[in-house]
Design a protein around this ligand. Structure first.
Ligand SMILES: Cc1ncc(COP(=O)(O)O)c(C=O)c1O
Length: 384
């Protein structure tokens, strides 16, 4: 268990990140989409888990393409890679603002071209820095969020190709519904994107990196991992989680275990009500453990009276409303349980397991939300 530096104290709540499982998941994705390149998406501090260990482990495993959402993430990731002497590409996948361009060009970050005006600014910055900026055209084929509209794509690409100091190495797009393998909208998006790539090829414009698939499409639209595509992007599958809908074609394994400790164990009489709102009333005398984790640590309120944790090798039901720092659970079946004992909030216990995806189902959300909601008090601990 990790110590808080200097004090000798151990954090109560921690998320253990199994880097062995992470690397195995990466290898499975690489194998599944061969011969595509696999870009690992480590935006938002690797979905809140800590970009350093993720980047180091994935770079050691052979990853040469990383994606982030914005400039600070790009710089942080680059410094991790440089420290590890790894020459991998770092790419901003979303947007770039005028005042952010020069430092990004100087740092060698691959930038998205979302319109002609941005491309001109990137070209100017690259000329000023006496360098060549690598860029990817970001096409909006139906995501409705960012990028060059499909109808303007060819004209914009032609114009940008004429600008100096740019290496237009890539073209990409993103899908909003690729978790549904039958979704006609995604099929139309893929067709549209391919038609733009083909029209470019007809004019002699080719790209080294052509990509559309994120985890959803990798699992549900195999066409996005075949020519003309040359790369896929993966985020949530690296952590062993999936979108709640659609196929789970990849056999990835859980990477994360959220653990805490028992704060107190008490025998409470029938009729006792537990916690805020008095949402649970004990029907019989019950042994109740109060565990040291609550919604500030990322336990969804939706686990109230419905979720489970593992204590002493047993599944224990959450009874009473989750509060900010503490949660009450029924430990009647756990012999000898006492304050300080380990609690597995999600993770495995023998052959049984509770995953972020299970929590997501109870909360009516997706695993991204659960993983990104782990609180700042939760210590990120690398194992494996
Ligand atoms: C442009 C882009 N590509 C890839 C990803 C990674 O998605 P996933 O975690 O579903 O693989 C995201 C995440 O939102 C994204 O915005």
């Amino acid at each position: 268990m990790a110590k808080v530096s200097g004090s000798g104290l151990k954090r109560r709540v921690r998320v253990e990140i199994d880097l062995g499982a992470l690397v195995r998941n990466y290898a499975k994705i690489v194998e599944h989409v061969k011969p595509m390149r696999v870009l690992c998406v480590l935006k938002a501090n690797a979905y809140g888990l800590g970009v350093g260990p993720y980047a180091e482990a994935l770079a050691k495993a052979g990853c040469r393409d990383f994606g982030v959402a914005e400039p600070f993430e790009a710089l942080e990731l680059l410094s991790v890679l440089r420290r590890g002497k790894c020459a991998a590409d770092v790419q901003i996948l979303s947007s770039i603002l005028p005042d952010e361009i020069a430092p990004m060009v100087k740092a060698g970050v691959i930038l998205p071209v979302t319109d002609l005006a941005t491309a001109k600014l990137i070209s100017d910055a690259a000329r000023m820095a006496k360098t060549t900026a690598r860029v990817h055209f970001k096409l909006d084929t139906g995501m409705g969020r960012l990028g060059i509209l499909a109808k303007d794509a060819l004209e914009t690409i032609r114009a940008v190709k004429k600008l100096p100091a740019l290496d237009c190495e890539g073209i990409f797009s993103h899908c909003p519904m690729a978790y549904d393998p039958k979704d006609p909208f995604t099929k139309r998006q893929i067709k549209l994107f391919k038609s733009i790539v083909a029209a470019c090829a007809k004019e002699g414009i080719s790209f080294r990196k052509v990509h559309m698939a994120a985890s959803d499409a990798i699992n549900n639209f195999p066409a996005t991992a075949k020519s003309p595509f040359t790369m896929v992007r993966t985020g949530i599958n690296l952590h062993g989680s999936f979108d709640p809908y659609g196929r789970k074609a990849l056999k990835v394994e859980p990477v994360l275990s959220l653990k805490t400790r028992v704060a107190q164990v008490r025998e409470l009489p029938a009729g006792t009500t537990l916690g805020y709102g008095r949402t649970w009333c004990l029907a019989a005398p019950t042994k109740v453990a109060t565990i040291s984790a609550g919604y500030a640590d990322g336990l969804p309120l939706a686990l109230t009276n419905r979720g489970f944790v593992f204590i002493g090798g047993r599944r224990c039901k959450i009874i009473g409303r989750i509060s900010m720092d503490y949660t009450t659970v029924d430990v009647s079946d756990v012999p000898g349980v006492k304050a300080g004992d380990e609690v597995v909030c999600f993770g495995s216990c023998g052959r049984d397991s509770i995953t972020p995806d299970d929590w997501a189902e109870l909360k009516g959300t997706h695993a991204y939300d659960v993983i990104c909601s782990l609180g700042s008090r939760v210590q990120r601990v690398v194992v494996g």
